[in-house]
Design a protein around this ligand. Structure first.
Ligand code: MF3
Ligand code: CO
Length: 256
Protein backbone atom coordinates (compact mmCIF):
# COMPACT_ATOMS: atom_id res chain seq x y z
CA UNK A 1 0.00 0.00 0.00
CA UNK A 2 1.24 3.48 -0.88
CA UNK A 3 0.72 5.81 2.08
CA UNK A 4 -0.51 9.26 1.10
CA UNK A 5 0.42 12.27 3.22
CA UNK A 6 -1.89 15.11 4.27
CA UNK A 7 -0.86 18.73 3.59
CA UNK A 8 0.16 19.03 7.28
CA UNK A 9 2.35 15.94 6.95
CA UNK A 10 3.92 17.30 3.77
CA UNK A 11 4.86 20.44 5.71
CA UNK A 12 6.70 18.24 8.21
CA UNK A 13 8.43 16.37 5.41
CA UNK A 14 9.36 19.74 3.95
CA UNK A 15 11.23 20.64 7.16
CA UNK A 16 13.16 17.38 7.04
CA UNK A 17 13.81 17.89 3.33
CA UNK A 18 15.16 21.40 3.76
CA UNK A 19 17.51 20.23 6.49
CA UNK A 20 18.89 17.57 4.14
CA UNK A 21 19.27 20.30 1.52
CA UNK A 22 21.19 22.59 3.91
CA UNK A 23 23.51 19.73 4.85
CA UNK A 24 24.23 18.81 1.23
CA UNK A 25 24.75 22.49 0.35
CA UNK A 26 27.31 22.87 3.11
CA UNK A 27 29.04 19.60 2.22
CA UNK A 28 29.18 20.65 -1.44
CA UNK A 29 30.97 23.86 -0.44
CA UNK A 30 33.64 22.10 1.64
CA UNK A 31 34.14 19.13 -0.69
CA UNK A 32 37.41 19.64 -2.57
CA UNK A 33 40.82 18.09 -3.13
CA UNK A 34 42.47 17.05 0.14
CA UNK A 35 39.23 16.64 2.10
CA UNK A 36 38.49 13.10 3.33
CA UNK A 37 35.07 11.52 3.13
CA UNK A 38 35.16 11.18 6.92
CA UNK A 39 35.57 14.98 7.22
CA UNK A 40 32.23 15.22 5.43
CA UNK A 41 30.68 12.65 7.80
CA UNK A 42 31.78 14.65 10.86
CA UNK A 43 30.38 17.90 9.47
CA UNK A 44 27.06 16.28 8.54
CA UNK A 45 26.57 14.55 11.87
CA UNK A 46 27.15 17.83 13.71
CA UNK A 47 24.58 19.65 11.57
CA UNK A 48 22.01 16.94 12.28
CA UNK A 49 22.66 17.11 16.04
CA UNK A 50 22.46 20.89 16.05
CA UNK A 51 19.12 20.74 14.22
CA UNK A 52 17.69 18.17 16.63
CA UNK A 53 17.33 15.64 13.81
CA UNK A 54 18.04 11.92 13.77
CA UNK A 55 20.32 10.51 11.06
CA UNK A 56 18.22 8.25 8.84
CA UNK A 57 21.04 5.95 7.74
CA UNK A 58 23.15 5.45 10.89
CA UNK A 59 21.86 2.32 12.60
CA UNK A 60 19.59 1.42 9.67
CA UNK A 61 19.40 -2.36 9.37
CA UNK A 62 19.98 -3.77 5.90
CA UNK A 63 19.43 -7.54 5.72
CA UNK A 64 21.62 -8.01 2.62
CA UNK A 65 24.55 -6.44 4.47
CA UNK A 66 23.75 -8.42 7.61
CA UNK A 67 23.97 -5.41 9.89
CA UNK A 68 23.34 -1.79 10.67
CA UNK A 69 24.84 0.95 8.54
CA UNK A 70 27.42 2.79 10.73
CA UNK A 71 27.46 6.33 9.27
CA UNK A 72 25.15 9.30 8.61
CA UNK A 73 26.42 9.60 5.03
CA UNK A 74 27.06 7.28 2.16
CA UNK A 75 30.08 8.61 0.27
CA UNK A 76 30.67 6.71 -2.96
CA UNK A 77 33.81 7.60 -4.93
CA UNK A 78 34.37 6.96 -8.66
CA UNK A 79 33.43 3.32 -9.43
CA UNK A 80 31.54 3.09 -6.13
CA UNK A 81 27.85 3.30 -7.00
CA UNK A 82 26.14 3.54 -3.60
CA UNK A 83 26.69 2.75 0.09
CA UNK A 84 30.36 3.75 0.10
CA UNK A 85 31.46 4.32 3.70
CA UNK A 86 33.14 7.51 4.90
CA UNK A 87 36.83 6.98 5.69
CA UNK A 88 39.60 9.24 6.99
CA UNK A 89 41.89 7.37 4.59
CA UNK A 90 39.85 8.32 1.52
CA UNK A 91 41.16 11.75 0.60
CA UNK A 92 39.54 13.21 -2.49
CA UNK A 93 41.80 14.11 -5.41
CA UNK A 94 41.38 15.90 -8.72
CA UNK A 95 39.57 13.73 -11.25
CA UNK A 96 37.46 11.95 -8.63
CA UNK A 97 33.70 12.13 -8.34
CA UNK A 98 31.97 11.62 -5.00
CA UNK A 99 28.33 10.85 -4.44
CA UNK A 100 27.11 12.15 -1.09
CA UNK A 101 23.84 10.58 0.00
CA UNK A 102 22.13 11.44 3.28
CA UNK A 103 18.82 11.41 5.07
CA UNK A 104 17.33 12.61 8.34
CA UNK A 105 14.20 12.23 10.32
CA UNK A 106 12.81 15.34 11.96
CA UNK A 107 9.69 15.18 14.14
CA UNK A 108 9.05 11.69 12.80
CA UNK A 109 9.26 12.49 9.08
CA UNK A 110 12.07 11.61 6.68
CA UNK A 111 13.96 13.40 3.93
CA UNK A 112 16.51 11.75 1.61
CA UNK A 113 18.72 13.29 -1.07
CA UNK A 114 21.99 12.72 -2.88
CA UNK A 115 24.31 14.61 -5.20
CA UNK A 116 27.43 13.62 -7.14
CA UNK A 117 30.21 16.21 -7.19
CA UNK A 118 33.28 16.46 -9.43
CA UNK A 119 36.61 17.10 -7.68
CA UNK A 120 39.04 19.46 -9.45
CA UNK A 121 39.32 18.63 -13.15
CA UNK A 122 37.27 15.68 -14.40
CA UNK A 123 37.24 14.62 -18.05
CA UNK A 124 34.43 15.49 -20.47
CA UNK A 125 32.85 12.04 -20.42
CA UNK A 126 32.60 12.17 -16.62
CA UNK A 127 31.06 15.65 -16.85
CA UNK A 128 28.52 14.24 -19.30
CA UNK A 129 27.76 11.31 -16.95
CA UNK A 130 26.96 13.71 -14.11
CA UNK A 131 24.90 15.99 -16.33
CA UNK A 132 22.83 13.22 -17.90
CA UNK A 133 22.15 11.55 -14.53
CA UNK A 134 21.06 14.84 -12.98
CA UNK A 135 18.91 15.64 -16.02
CA UNK A 136 17.26 12.21 -15.79
CA UNK A 137 16.25 13.02 -12.21
CA UNK A 138 14.75 16.35 -13.32
CA UNK A 139 12.78 14.62 -16.08
CA UNK A 140 11.45 12.09 -13.56
CA UNK A 141 10.47 14.91 -11.17
CA UNK A 142 8.51 16.48 -14.03
CA UNK A 143 6.38 13.32 -14.22
CA UNK A 144 5.32 13.53 -10.55
CA UNK A 145 1.78 14.67 -11.39
CA UNK A 146 -1.56 13.33 -10.22
CA UNK A 147 -3.02 11.18 -12.97
CA UNK A 148 0.35 10.05 -14.29
CA UNK A 149 1.58 6.59 -13.39
CA UNK A 150 4.66 5.28 -11.66
CA UNK A 151 6.07 3.98 -14.95
CA UNK A 152 6.04 7.56 -16.30
CA UNK A 153 8.55 8.45 -13.57
CA UNK A 154 10.69 5.33 -14.06
CA UNK A 155 10.52 5.56 -17.84
CA UNK A 156 11.65 9.19 -17.89
CA UNK A 157 14.94 8.20 -16.23
CA UNK A 158 15.36 5.12 -18.39
CA UNK A 159 14.81 6.90 -21.70
CA UNK A 160 17.19 9.75 -20.99
CA UNK A 161 19.98 7.56 -19.65
CA UNK A 162 19.86 4.87 -22.30
CA UNK A 163 19.49 7.34 -25.19
CA UNK A 164 22.71 8.95 -23.97
CA UNK A 165 24.56 5.64 -23.98
CA UNK A 166 24.92 5.13 -20.23
CA UNK A 167 23.74 2.17 -18.12
CA UNK A 168 21.08 2.02 -15.45
CA UNK A 169 21.88 0.17 -12.25
CA UNK A 170 19.20 -2.43 -11.64
CA UNK A 171 20.08 -3.78 -8.19
CA UNK A 172 19.17 -0.59 -6.29
CA UNK A 173 16.01 1.47 -6.60
CA UNK A 174 14.26 4.56 -5.28
CA UNK A 175 11.38 4.27 -2.83
CA UNK A 176 8.36 5.76 -1.16
CA UNK A 177 9.25 7.78 1.94
CA UNK A 178 7.36 9.28 4.88
CA UNK A 179 7.42 8.20 8.52
CA UNK A 180 9.88 5.50 7.40
CA UNK A 181 12.93 5.91 5.19
CA UNK A 182 11.64 3.19 2.89
CA UNK A 183 7.97 2.77 2.06
CA UNK A 184 6.12 1.35 -0.91
CA UNK A 185 6.43 1.57 -3.82
CA UNK A 186 9.85 0.65 -5.13
CA UNK A 187 10.96 3.17 -7.75
CA UNK A 188 13.30 1.48 -10.23
CA UNK A 189 15.15 3.68 -12.69
CA UNK A 190 13.63 1.67 -15.54
CA UNK A 191 10.17 0.34 -16.33
CA UNK A 192 9.93 -2.98 -14.54
CA UNK A 193 6.83 -4.69 -15.89
CA UNK A 194 6.98 -7.30 -13.14
CA UNK A 195 5.82 -4.52 -10.79
CA UNK A 196 2.47 -2.79 -10.55
CA UNK A 197 2.04 0.57 -12.22
CA UNK A 198 -0.10 2.58 -9.78
CA UNK A 199 -1.60 5.91 -10.69
CA UNK A 200 0.07 8.84 -8.88
CA UNK A 201 -2.17 10.66 -6.44
CA UNK A 202 -1.90 13.81 -4.37
CA UNK A 203 0.06 13.20 -1.19
CA UNK A 204 2.28 10.45 -2.55
CA UNK A 205 5.98 11.05 -1.85
CA UNK A 206 8.82 9.29 -3.64
CA UNK A 207 12.58 9.36 -3.22
CA UNK A 208 13.70 9.21 -6.86
CA UNK A 209 17.33 8.25 -7.20
CA UNK A 210 18.91 7.45 -10.56
CA UNK A 211 22.12 5.42 -10.25
CA UNK A 212 23.93 5.43 -13.58
CA UNK A 213 27.16 3.82 -14.78
CA UNK A 214 29.41 5.18 -17.51
CA UNK A 215 30.17 1.61 -18.61
CA UNK A 216 28.25 -1.59 -18.10
CA UNK A 217 25.27 -1.86 -15.74
CA UNK A 218 26.51 -4.71 -13.55
CA UNK A 219 27.50 -4.06 -9.96
CA UNK A 220 28.97 -6.13 -7.15
CA UNK A 221 29.33 -5.58 -3.42
CA UNK A 222 32.79 -5.37 -1.82
CA UNK A 223 33.95 -7.62 1.04
CA UNK A 224 32.84 -4.89 3.51
CA UNK A 225 29.30 -6.07 2.56
CA UNK A 226 28.12 -2.47 1.89
CA UNK A 227 30.01 -0.75 -0.89
CA UNK A 228 28.43 -1.39 -4.30
CA UNK A 229 30.85 -0.88 -7.19
CA UNK A 230 30.61 -1.20 -10.96
CA UNK A 231 31.93 -4.59 -12.08
CA UNK A 232 33.87 -3.03 -14.95
CA UNK A 233 35.40 -0.27 -12.80
CA UNK A 234 33.67 2.50 -14.75
CA UNK A 235 32.55 5.63 -12.93
CA UNK A 236 29.02 5.87 -11.51
CA UNK A 237 26.76 8.83 -10.70
CA UNK A 238 23.86 9.12 -8.25
CA UNK A 239 21.41 11.96 -7.69
CA UNK A 240 18.33 11.86 -5.45
CA UNK A 241 15.44 14.04 -4.37
CA UNK A 242 12.39 13.50 -2.17
CA UNK A 243 9.40 14.60 -4.25
CA UNK A 244 5.70 14.98 -3.41
CA UNK A 245 2.72 14.86 -5.79
CA UNK A 246 0.51 17.91 -5.08
CA UNK A 247 -2.47 19.65 -6.65
CA UNK A 248 0.02 22.21 -7.97
CA UNK A 249 2.32 19.60 -9.50
CA UNK A 250 5.63 18.13 -8.29
CA UNK A 251 7.01 19.52 -5.03
CA UNK A 252 10.70 18.81 -4.50
CA UNK A 253 10.93 18.70 -0.71
CA UNK A 254 14.74 18.53 -0.64
CA UNK A 255 15.45 21.89 -2.27
CA UNK A 256 14.12 25.43 -1.82
N1 MF3 B 1 19.55 6.74 -0.09
C1 MF3 B 1 19.74 5.35 0.18
C2 MF3 B 1 18.41 4.70 0.32
O1 MF3 B 1 17.44 5.39 0.28
C3 MF3 B 1 20.73 5.09 1.24
C4 MF3 B 1 20.32 4.36 2.45
S1 MF3 B 1 21.40 3.10 2.76
C5 MF3 B 1 21.54 2.95 4.44
O2 MF3 B 1 18.23 3.53 0.41
F1 MF3 B 1 21.83 1.75 4.68
F2 MF3 B 1 22.49 3.74 4.80
F3 MF3 B 1 20.47 3.30 5.02
CO1 CO C 1 16.96 6.92 -0.96
Amino acid sequence: MIIRKSPAELEKMRKAGLLVYEILQYLSRITQEGVSTFDLEVAAEKMMKDAGATPAFKGYYVPAAGGKYPFVLCTSVNEEVVHGMPSAKRTLKSGDVVSIDTGVSLNGYFGDSAVTLPIGEVNDEVKRLLRVTSESLELAIGQMRAGNRLFDVCGAVERHVTSNGFSIVREYVGHGIGTSLHEEPQVPNYVDRRNENPRLKEGMVLAIEPMVNAGRADTRVLADRWTAVTKDGSYAAHFEHTVAVTANGPWVLTRP
